[in-house]
Structures are given as C-alpha cells and as structure tokens.
Write a protein that binds this ligand. Structure first.
Ligand code: URA
Length: 433
C-alpha cells in the first residue's frame, strides 16, 4: 500500500477500507508516514467526510494504537461521561460522586485544560494533596471499594489520536465531525468504558456552533458506540454562555460543592441532574429517565453525595475538609469588579472570550507546558437575561496581579448588553440515544 494512493482515493470521495485505515494509523503513529502526507489526508477527510464504517474503523484503529485499559476486574457496568469541552464546565466533578453514591463504578480518566477550555484534572489538583496518578491496582481497588477514582490519562492512551490532534490543530482540520467523533470515541473505548454519556456542547464557546452540527456529531458518536457494543447516549447542551457562575480551577470546585449541597445555580444543577440521570439509566440503576431524574434531584437536595465526594478526595490524598470549608481552597490576592458600561439586559456572553480571559489571569494554559494558578478565575455576577445597570458589577476577577486591564477589556467585549430582554436559552437541546 502507498499513502499517496490512499490520499488520492479519499480525495476522490471513495471510502477507505479497514486495512487501509489501519495502514495509515499504524504508519503515522510509528513515524513511517510523514506529517505532510497525513495533513493532505486529513484535509481530504475534512472535505469528503467519512462513511459510518470508515469512522468506526478509524476509531478502533486509534483506540488500538496504544494501551487499552482493562476494567474487567471492576464489578458492575462502568459508565463513563465525556464533554466535548466548554467554559465553566464542572459537570464531571458533580456527577462522578452522584453516580458513585448510586453504586455505579466511576473509573474515570480525565484530561487537562488547554486554551479557553478547562480540564477536570486541573480542577482536582487545586485541592491540596490531591494526586491524579494511581497504580493500576490502586485504581481498581479504589473503584471496587469506593466506587470512584479519577486519574489523569495514561501517556500511551490512543497515541495516534494525540499525534493526529496536534496536526489537526495546525492544519485547520479540527472542526471535522468524523475526526472529532473518532478522536473522542477512540479515547473512551481505550479507557475501558462499558457505556458512555456524552455531553455535546453547542454554542459560542463550543466546537459546534449550531444545533444541527451538534446533532450530527452526537448521532455520529452514538452510532460509533453502538457499532462497537458500547451503549452511548449523547446530550446536546448549551454553551452559548459559560456554564454556571464560576470559571477557574478552585472556583469551579467551590461551585461544584454548592451544587452537591443543593445550593447551586438552577441551570448548572439542572444539566448535572440530567447527565447523572442518564448515567444511572446506562448503569441500570433505574429503568426510566424520569425515575432516575427524580432520584438524582433528591440526592442533590439532601446533599447525600457530599460524603462520597469527601471519601473520594481523601482516597486520592486530598484534604476532604475543603467540602465543609471551601475557604481552604487556594484564594487569589485581589478581587476586582468589572463594571457594566450601559443599562439593559445581558443578551450574550461569548463563552470563548471569557475562557480566554480566565486563561490570561493564569487559570488555563496557552501551551501544554504552561503552569497554571489554581486560585485565579472569574465569577459571573450577571448571566444572559439578567437586568444590569451602568456601573453595576457584571463579573468579579480573582487575580494575583493588580493590572488586569487586558482581562477587563476582553470581558467588556464578551458581554453584549442591549435594551430588549432576550428569550432564555434552552439548557438541553436534544438527547440522542
Ligand atoms: N475533543 C477531543 O478529544 N477530540 C477532538 O477532536 C475534539 C474535542
């Protein structure tokens, strides 16, 4: 086989066969196929798309390119949850202890944040002492005993995806539905999940800017899951504005505790309840979504999963007292209000710009190797639909530097304030199963 012929085949719109996809993925992972040929193939896929068979083969080929985590020693249906990435998205921190409380084994591998989006692992590391590395034995023992462990992704999990993702980033081929779907699903398959709840974000802060595109991505991932024997449900949820009120690592842990205590914001709580309910459905704890939803709602209202959260933190070396004393989490030196420049209603909050503003404060990384500051972040005091008067605070910046004019300018650009009260955004646009 020659790569040039396969590029030509894809460029002409024909479907690649399983052995051809395996040849490409193995060759590229081992360094036998150069970046320039892989770039040409990615661009051909970008324009020509892939059939569902090609996407399944690509997913499996990337999943098999490195370690496959064997979770068979963990009892029960292992249900994973994955978000396509957003700003202020702390849903995993909330739903993992709820699912564990319900008896669903949560054996989760999570990633770090990059660019304007955050990552669960960074949020957990804002808890003093918390470590994200467990040996395989510790990981399995923790899940069998406590029903929950969250670790960083093994360096050799789907290495083909890692290499291809870096190339997509510099060849304008990230936002291709077959490539995103196979990238996400290859990591979920390699990390050993039996069933998967996908939270596909839609809106200004997400890869998918329209419900139609989000629906195609969701359907593509659900059918990959089905074809590979993993029961998969995909929810399409709103990312037209950041999720919840807090952005930044320690800030998001604090807000997650509020939700688990039953005192969180309605929108964030509602999305978390639905994600946890679908996990409970896939974990076969309940036989209907309505039953699962009512049970999870009650768990949140009674704060019952907080104990599971404490046990989980302590088991991984963190200080569980942060649950009752969130002031023990890292706190920034300066709290600076960003004031509205006009009266009206908040029409729009560009989530990506808010994510970049938090990154500039030090909450995220522009490059993979950048250090992060767990204590900094942004609290949104006004969200879409809220009335605001000139001079009122729209956001509070938690900063460790005094001159934050660059961040204030970004925030003013991200908030659109106008006279008319907007129609409230939907929280969940669709669920594909
Ligand atoms: N997240 C991934 O893991 N891969 C993509 O391609 C996009 C988002």
């Amino acid at each position: 086989m020659r790569m040039v012929d396969l590029i030509h085949k894809k460029r002409s719109g024909s479907a690649l066969l399983q052995e051809e996809i395996d040849f490409i993925i193995q060759g590229y992972t081992q360094g036998d196929i150069p970046d320039y040929q892989m770039s040409a193939l990615l661009m051909a896929v970008y324009f020509r798309g892939m059939t569902s068979e090609e996407i399944s083969h690509l997913t499996m080929s990337m999943a098999n390119s490195g370690d496959r985590i064997d979770l068979s020693e963990i009892n029960g249906v292992k249900v994973d949850k994955h978000s396509t990435g957003g700003v202020g998205d702390k849903i995993s921190l909330i739903v993992a202890p709820i699912a564990a409380y319900l008896g669903i084994p949560v054996a989760k591998m999570s990633g770090r944040g990059l660019g304007h989006t955050g990552g669960t692992i960074d949020k957990l590391e804002s808890i003093a002492g918390f470590h994200i590395e467990l040996s395989k034995e510790e990981f399995i023992r923790s899940v069998n005993t406590n029903k929950i462990a969250i670790v960083g992704q093994s360096g050799n999990l789907a290495p083909a995806d890692k290499k291809i993702y870096a190339l997509r980033d510099v060849t304008a081929t990230v936002d291709s539905i077959p490539l995103i779907a196979s990238s996400i699903m290859s990591k979920k398959i390699a990390s050993g999940a039996d069933a998967i709840v996908l939270d596909v974000k839609m809106g200004s802060g997400a890869f998918m800017k329209t419900v139609e595109d989000a629906r195609v991505l969701a359907q593509t991932m659900v059918s990959i899951g089905k074809s590979l024997g993993r029961h998969t449900i995909a929810m399409i949820t709103d990312m037209e504005q950041p999720l919840g009120r807090e952005i930044g690592n320690a800030n998001e842990v604090r807000e997650s505790i509020d939700v688990l205590r039953g005192t969180g914001d309605h929108d964030l709580t509602e999305v978390a309840i639905s994600v946890a309910a679908y996990m409970a459905l896939l974990g076969k704890v309940y036989s209907s979504f309505e039953e699962a939803h009512a049970a999870v709602k009650e768990i949140i209202q009674n704060g019952r999963a907080l104990d599971t959260f404490r046990i989980f933190i302590a088991n991984q070396g963190g200080n569980p007292d942060i649950v009752d004393h969130p002031e023990l989490l890292p706190t920034a030196a300066h709290h600076i209000e960003v004031l509205a420049k006009s009266d009206g209603f908040v029409q729009q909050i560009e989530a990506e710009q808010i994510g970049i503003a938090a990154m500039l404060l030090g909450a995220g990384r522009a490059k993979k190797e950048d250090p992060i500051d767990y204590s900094v972040g942004i609290t949104l005091n006004k969200k879409i639909g809220d009335a605001v008067q000139s001079g009122q605070s729209i956001c509070t910046l938690h900063a460790n530097r005094q001159n934050v004019q660059d961040v204030i300018d970004l925030i003013h650009g991200a908030y659109i304030i106008a006279d008319a009260k907007p129609v409230p955004a939907q929280l969940i646009y669709d669920v594909i199963m």
